[in-house]
Write a protein that binds this ligand. Structure first.
Ligand SMILES: [Zn+2]
Length: 301
């Protein structure tokens, strides 16, 4: 299984849109844990050296790769996978992809980009006993809120992979003595439990929750979530950006009515602006919530 923070997932999909109609490529950095679960903590973009046929081939410059590996090790990260895009082709590996994959135990992530828009993102693990007996095997991708890592002086601020402070709910109860509640969520608690719900940032019964602590440190992008009037939840990857956009990051599932990449018009400097931003995106969010409920989304399990 490959675990990706929302920000990494959005970043690698965006990369494929930006280089369209050419393939993009990059490196996944992080840790390999028990049962070969690969947890990404950052992604590094790389230039595609295949200028001869960049629409259907990719190749990471070895010099880039060495630099990325060295910089990653400096932060305690290893290379755990690679990603590239398939412009106007399915998110499945090709024979060329298999032939050119050499990192056993690593993830190979492929995003299909149709007419410039990222559609599906799939991951495959390279397994086998050698170059003549290798396979790319389907693996599950789990997109998660940024996992915190202690920044030295617990229980001070926790920081997400990209260095932003996390809005923890210090009253939340963790299922583990060593981890915060959002990492070790007790059974029965809703998704995003452990992050702070901003009760006063509320529009028409929808309440904003903060994952990235924009109040602690000014930032123009981050992660958040929204709590609907029925207490069901959806994820937000927000960015202060013009012109406006609203994109699906992750489809709805029984636990949440999707994860949405949204632009905010107002700087996230205080709760009043946060409320105005929520108000701006609420019509689209409301639509998604209604659709999820009509589709039998039911209560979060
Ligand atoms: Zn490919």
């Amino acid at each position: 299984m490959l675990k990706l923070p929302q920000s990494a997932y959005v970043s690698l999909r965006r990369h494929g849109e930006e280089t369209y109609p050419h393939e993009c490529c990059g490196v996944l950095l992080g840790q390999i844990g028990d049962n070969s679960v690969r947890t990404v903590t950052s992604v590094a973009r790389a230039g595609n050296t295949r200028t001869d046929s960049a629409h259907n081939r990719y190749n990471i410059d070895p010099k880039d790769l060495i630099r990325i590996q060295r910089e990653g090790r400096g932060r305690g990260e290893d290379i755990i996978g690679f990603y590239h895009s398939h412009p106007d082709h399915p998110a499945r590996w090709s024979q060329t992809d298999l032939a050119e994959a050499h990192w056993f135990g690593c993830s190979y992530v492929i995003t299909s980009v149709e007419k410039g828009k990222a559609v599906l993102t799939n991951s495959f693990e390279l397994t086998g006993s050698g170059e003549n007996h290798k396979k790319l095997v389907d693996e599950k991708i789990e997109v998660s809120p940024p996992e915190g890592s202690p920044d030295g002086n617990r229980p001070q601020k926790m920081r997400a992979a990209r260095g932003q402070p996390i809005g923890r709910d210090h009253a939340a109860i963790s299922a583990s003595p060593n981890d915060p509640a959002f990492v070790a969520r007790p059974a029965g608690k809703p998704v995003y439990y452990g992050f702070q719900v901003l009760d006063d940032v509320n529009v028409d019964g929808f309440t904003l929750g903060k994952i990235t602590d924009f109040e602690e440190e000014p930032c123009d992008s981050g992660d958040a979530f929204v709590v609907a009037p029925d207490n069901s939840r959806a994820g937000l990857v927000w960015e202060v950006h013009e012109p406006p956009y609203f994109e699906e990051v992750r489809p709805a599932d029984p636990e949440r009515w999707g994860v949405w990449a949204v632009s905010f018009p107002f700087p996230m400097t205080d709760r009043e602006n946060a409320r105005r931003n929520l108000q701006t995106v609420l019509p689209r969010l409301n639509e998604k919530w209604e659709a999820w409920r009509r589709g039998g989304g039911t209560k979060p399990r």
